[in-house]
Design a protein around this ligand. Structure first.
Ligand SMILES: CC(C)(COP(=O)(O)OP(=O)(O)OC[C@H]1O[C@@H](n2cnc3c(N)ncnc32)[C@H](O)[C@@H]1OP(=O)(O)O)[C@@H](O)C(=O)NCCC(=O)NCCS
Length: 217
């Protein structure tokens, strides 16, 4: 039996908002969609009246309030901004969806929190836990023992090896590799292409092979 689709508002109107529309459209193409995107909501007035992938940016917070039946996801890649925007939406009583692309291989035994966005090509073993509002972009691999806290962002192609822990809001650039058992502190940033061989301090920015703190950060 076909269930009616729940309307969905995507918070943000940038690149990852567009990628999130891709996830919902792929779900529809595969016959597994639960949502239909009604529009984007952005705090940036310059976004209002634009369209993303042919879908309108409805406006700001008032436009979200005007869609009381809609589920919400936040597709803003920056963890701190995402956290702030999610908190505002929660304060307005909104319910968050979790979206998994049909071409992601993520078993039902993986714990995935509210508001997570998993793109095509994500591969995960079973013993993995994702908090709330985690973004896992194209072709990331997650493996046994990974504990990925809320508001983390993984750019395309990250390799998160066994036993790795990402604390709240940790952000990994494209293609970053984290060696087994390492821990990335809260709101730390790992540069694109880095190989993380040591634990990373909260708030630090590291880059390179092996990853080292960037001097001016
Ligand atoms: C690491 C990062 C956060 C640093 O950003 P930044 O603070 O603006 O750094 P800058 O561009 O000013 O570069 C500072 C120095 O670090 C170097 N650097 C920057 N990024 C680097 C990286 N990923 N690996 C190695 N070195 C890097 C620069 O060459 C520069 O070196 P220099 O001082 O010798 O010239 C950023 O470069 C990065 O890798 N971001 C991830 C982007 C990404 O993958 N986005 C995903 C989109 S889907």
């Amino acid at each position: 039996m076909n269930h009616p689709l729940t309307p969905l508002v995507i918070l943000g109107a940038g690149g990852h908002a567009s990628d999130t529309l891709t996830i919902v459209r792929a779900q529809a193409d595969a016959g597994v969609a639960r949502h239909a995107v009604v529009g984007f909501v952005s705090e940036l007035e310059a976004d209002h009246g634009r369209a993303v992938g042919g879908v309108p940016v409805l406006g700001g917070w008032d436009a979200l309030d005007a869609q009381p039946a809609a589920d919400v996801v936040c597709a803003i890649a920056d963890p701190r901004v995402r956290q702030r925007v999610v908190r505002e939406a929660l304060a307005r009583g909104r319910r968050f969806a979790t979206l998994v692309h049909p071409a992601a291989v993520v078993s039902p035994r993986v714990a995935v929190g509210a508001g997570c966005l998993l793109s095509a090509g994500v591969l995960s073993t079973d013993d993995v836990v994702l908090g709330d509002h985690v973004i896992v972009n194209l072709a990331c691999t997650l493996t046994h023992g990974n504990r990925i806290a809320s508001y983390c962002t993984l750019a395309p192609g990250c390799r998160i090896n066994g036993g790795v822990v990402l604390d709240e809001g940790a952000e990994l650039g494209a293609g970053a590799i984290v060696l087994p058992g390492r821990r990335i502190g809260a709101f730390a940033m790992v540069g694109a292409g880095a190989v993380v061989t040591r634990d990373v301090e909260p708030g630090a920015t590291v880059a390179g092979v092996p990853a080292r703190p960037l001097a001016r950060h």
